[in-house]
Design a protein around this ligand. Sequence first.
Ligand code: AQP
Length: 339
Amino acid sequence: MTEVSHTPRVFSGIQPTGNLHLGNYLGALKRFVDSQEEGISSIFCMVDLHAITVWQEPQDLRHATRELAAGFIASGIDPTKSILFNQSQVPEHTQMAWVFNCVARMGWMKRMTQFKDKAGKNAENASLGLFGYPALMAADILVYHATHVPVGEDQKQHLELTQEIARKFNHDYETEFFPITKPVIEGAATRVMSLRDGSKKMSKSDPSDMSRINLTDDADTIARKIRKAKTDPEPLPDSVEGLENRPEARNLVNIYAALADSTAEAVIADHAGQQFGTFKPSLADLAVAKLAPISEEMARLMQDKAEIDGILKNGADRARAIAAPILKKTYQIVGMVGA
Ligand code: AQP
């Protein structure tokens, strides 16, 4: 079947589970701002329904949702240009997810590495929501007919599953209704690694706060974490090939490149032969210059929660205006009376 072309639209989401970190910023938020500035219709969502697939204290979830909204805005998302809202205010996500629960196959879900990682050895005790997470994610995207999803590399498998769901729906119902959404995994920092272990992804659930830079960290904390980041004793090489088998060094170079809107090649060209004693302070200066204003702006925005809630409500209304007709048409295709 030929795939029809759909109007370009960007969608992406982040879980409001606290500790928004440099990986989320470079792999997601910063690139969301790029797509907004390119003038592409963009929808950004705090996926609170995804967050509760593992236990969240209600008051922490409320705080994290508002703080994440503040993080989006402080990073450069303009809620008058883009649509910014929290998932639970747009019921079409879960309504579409039910349809996709009936399209996706158990075998597809069982292959998801994120489920295996998060459920761990105790999969029998994981929530049904955690297992169905990727079908809700497909619904988040396809209920807007989004064509592009900027994400970090860890989300690639879920995006492929979204494509599978769209293909199977289109095939089963002999339609071309859903676009085959493209993951956009680009830039120097699609997988920011832990500052303590270059083989592990920087993650909000890492028990060591020194493993990540949080967007709420102040300038001193950012500089200290970079100073203490694990490295090897060698100086920086004179080509990126020389970073092979040096995961911690490669990670710091990639972080520098992404923060400077540059490339690993250019960073190496400028810093070849430098010891980490010299490179780390330059990286710390750059990180503080880029991140401290975001953290200050987040703190300022968090002082007016009513303003944040108003922005999310307005975003949800605009999101529903797009999602409702797409859900209605989906129900019609499926054969629901009254749709
Ligand atoms: N380390 C990372 N490097 C680049 N991109 C990253 N993302 C997450 N970690 C990195 C991207 O951030 C967006 C939001 O992801 P999420 O809401 O699913 O957050 P997460 O994956 O739950 O974040 P963590 O820190 O990875 O959480 P835990 O510790 O629970 O596993 C996505 O675009 C993601 O790719």
